[in-house]
Design a protein. Structure first.
Length: 201
C-alpha cells in the first residue's frame, strides 16, 4: 500500500500503468459509459492511453507515488497549449478522445463542442485527474491538484477542466473552480460541467 506519497513527473515508460490507475478511477464515470458502453477498467485505461502517453512525453503528467505504487495521476495539457483560444488546442482534445470514440465524425463533433467550452483567456487545461479507488480518502487528489494549481498561479493564468458528476464538481470547488457551463456535449450524452478557476495572486 502507498504511504506518504511523493509527487513527481511521470515517466513516459509508465504510461500504461498510469492509464490503469485512471481506468480504475473512472470505470463508473457516466461519460465513459456513454462513450464506451459499460466499459471495464481496462477499456477505460486503453481509451485514456493516447493522451497519457502524449502528455507524459511532454512532461505534463504528475503522479503521487511511493517506491512501488502510483496512487494518483493528474494529466495536464502542456504549458502553452491554449493561448488565446481553446480552438488552438483542438488536437489535444482529439487525442484525448481518440481511444474513446471510434466514429471519426462523432469524435470531431464532440471535440469541437469541448473546445468551444474553453475560456478565451490563456489557461491551462486539466485533462483528467484520478486516484486509485483503493487509496481514496488519503488526500492524494488534493496533493496532486494543488501542485498543478501552484504552477498556474505562479504564471498568472487560470485553470480549466471538466467534471462528469456532481461529486467531482464539489471536490474541484474546494480548490476555487466554479461552474462556467453545464450540459451534454452531444445529444443524448450525460452532463458535462465545465469548470474555471482564475489565477490567485
Amino acid at each position: 500500500m502507498i504511504t506518504a506519497p511523493a509527487l513527481r513527473p511521470a515517466r513516459p515508460t509508465e504510461a500504461r500503468a498510469l492509464s490503469l490507475v485512471l481506468g480504475r478511477a473512472f470505470v463508473d464515470d457516466p461519460v465513459y459509459h456513454f462513450l464506451l458502453g459499460h466499459p471495464s477498467a481496462g477499456a477505460v485505461a486503453r481509451a485514456l492511453g493516447p493522451i497519457v502517453r502524449s502528455c507524459a512525453r511532454r512532461g505534463s503528467v504528475t503522479v503521487a507515488a511511493d517506491l512501488a505504487n502510483v496512487g494518483g495521476v493528474a494529466v495536464w495539457a502542456p504549458w502553452g497549449t491554449w493561448g488565446t483560444s481553446g480552438h488552438a488546442a483542438g488536437p489535444i482534445v482529439v487525442s484525448a478522445l481518440r481511444g474513446c470514440i471510434r466514429n471519426p465524425f462523432i469524435r470531431l463533433v464532440w471535440s469541437h463542442a469541448a473546445a468551444r467550452r474553453h475560456p478565451v483567456e490563456p489557461h491551462r487545461y486539466l485533462v483528467v485527474i484520478g486516484v486509485d479507488p483503493r487509496l481514496r480518502g488519503r488526500g492524494i487528489g488534493t496533493q496532486i491538484i494543488q501542485a498543478g494549481l501552484v504552477g498556474c498561479d505562479a504564471r498568472g493564468i487560470g485553470a480549466y477542466t471538466e467534471a462528469h458528476d456532481p461529486e467531482a464538481v464539489r471536490f474541484l470547488g474546494k480548490f476555487g473552480f466554479s461552474v462556467a457551463a453545464e450540459g451534454p456535449l452531444v445529444d443524448g450524452a450525460p452532463n458535462t460541467w465545465s469548470l474555471w478557476r482564475p489565477p490567485r495572486r
